[in-house]
Write a protein that binds this ligand. Sequence first.
Ligand SMILES: C[S@@+](CC[C@H](N)C(=O)[O-])C[C@H]1O[C@@H](n2cnc3c(N)ncnc32)[C@H](O)[C@@H]1O
Length: 287
Amino acid sequence: MKLKAIKETFHKALDVIYGKEEVSSFFYLLIESYCHFTRLKLALEPEKTISKAEEELLLQALNRLKEQEPIQYIIGETEFYGLPFKVNKNTLIPRPETEELVEWVIASRKKNTPLTILDIGTGTGCIAISLAKNLPNATVYALDVSAKAIEKAKENAALNDVEVEFIEADILKEKSWNLKFSNLKFDIIVSNPPYVRNLEKQEMSTNVLANEPHIALFVEDNNPLQFYSAITTFAIANLKPKGELYFEINEYLGKEMIALLQENNFENIELKQDIFGKDRMLKGIKK
Ligand SMILES: C[S@@+](CC[C@H](N)C(=O)[O-])C[C@H]1O[C@@H](n2cnc3c(N)ncnc32)[C@H](O)[C@@H]1O
């Protein structure tokens, strides 16, 4: 079948859901991934035909897009901080806000200083791996409760040619982490933990709710800082003196987050907005 005929089929089925431009960009991503054929090549070879197997893959992707499955899960890959990351249903799709957190950590360091970093709730490993790639003298550790997420993160470390030590542990259970970390002290702890309250579900798109792992996203309405409190306790025990704690936070809970770090005697607390002007990142220094 000709690629241009399949493209028409995509537009007929999907333009009403996503709009013409987004459908075109999905189509180009898919032909690149499945047929190794770029948008430019298609413009130069408009009569290009593809194999039955490739056609089948594209039509399966079309059906998944009809069900509003994120394109990143269909292709199995996305980009974060200029690097490729494999994703699947066990890993949150990395978000652009989180790139800003990574940027903040990198900007605050001298590139060649040796340091030890821990990323808590690593998912795809996007934070840990981007830091390892950009801070070549850093020794990077990353922790997650999900063995399946860690499996993907290990693949991503290999894909990006960096060394990260992955640890399976539950940050909410002190017994699960205190043995594993008894001999380690960190210069930096960074985390983008679950922070969406159930009451915020109505603001979220159905494709996020139906497809992304709830364990990566949600916290109870009556305990929205559960992960931040646990990580702060962990940081008190495991950061070096003057060590830095960085969080991505819920945009509605900036004040509460500042209070949490103040109560725990962190200094030089800074709240930072993302490019949309929302309170999104917080940093504090251990005394
Ligand atoms: C918001 S996602 C962040 C993923 C990734 N760091 C990113 O920024 O895209 C939160 C991560 O925390 C992990 N997580 C959830 N509960 C946890 C727990 N009790 N202990 C450790 N990690 C946990 C989830 O598996 C998920 O990978």
